[in-house]
Ligand binder design. Sequence first.
Ligand code: C2E
Ligand code: MG
Ligand code: MG
Ligand code: MG
Length: 279
Amino acid sequence: GAKALGRGAWCFYDEAMTQAARERLTLEARLRRALAEGELRLYYQPQVDIASGRIVGAEALLRWQDPDEGLISPDRFIPVAESSGLIAPIGQWVLEEACRQAQQWLTAGLPALTMAVNVSPRQFLLGDLVAGVGQALSQSGFPANFLELEITESAMAERPEQALALLNRLGDLGLRLAVDDFGTGYSSLAHIKRFPIDVLKIDQGFVRDIPESADDMAICSAIIAMGHSMGFAVLAEGVETPAQLDFLRERGCDNYQGYLRSRPVPPDAFEALLRAQSV
Ligand code: C2E
Ligand code: MG
Ligand code: MG
Ligand code: MG
């Protein structure tokens, strides 16, 4: 909806305003319009079970289809959305669209998939995430236990007590919770232990240089072993080569995502991947 788009939309032009601030404002205004005009898209990347090779989930990844510039990547506009407050309505749109799409695939008879949705730190800590998730689930009819929220370590570490309470409420809805970019943040293992987490996602930075980097292989092995001993599933991000996949399989990693299997793709292409494996 167009309501609650947040404050800060308008600002008088000021000679002193830096070039960067002007560009940011332009981007913010354009992003606000993109949301209203329906220029945001979700792409989906398969999450693959390493043992069977089957697609067991999808991560929804946001894209902005700008009429002039073409496809704009989230690294360029999520920070602007975060600092302007636009992340709340954008994040809600992502939740609703991902659940709608996943439920549509379910009712089309495709195998049930986990749908993983990224939640930004600010959306996590400030927004009414529980109500937003509840709304996305009820209006789509998508089952809560197939929805997974990806939250970064930093969002959890910033205000651990608030995060714990929120994660417990989300867990009570029946959702799954994943720690995104695991290993790059500053969460303490003591916090991780108390959180109702289901999945650790090993950051792609630790996967990229396998098998050349002995250190990265040691880190991945340690995360897999620790995650399993704490009862979490472990997913590796950014898998691009067969050698990386072989290493992860040998270490007992559960799932992976990466260009080796597929880049993030538009919904119809993702559906084709699913149909190809269900025959
Ligand atoms: P992320 O959640 O860690 O997503 C993984 C990123 O790695 C994606 O970039 C994906 O396209 C990319 N990737 C996947 N496989 C490979 C691979 O094999 N090699 C390499 N080099 N990269 C790979 P993308 O789609 O550009 O998204 C970047 C980040 O933007 C995401 O990182 C996430 O933090 C954020 N983001 C994306 N969509 C959303 C969203 O709906 N909401 C929020 N809050 N953040 C989002
Ligand atoms: Mg993610
Ligand atoms: Mg989870
Ligand atoms: Mg990640």
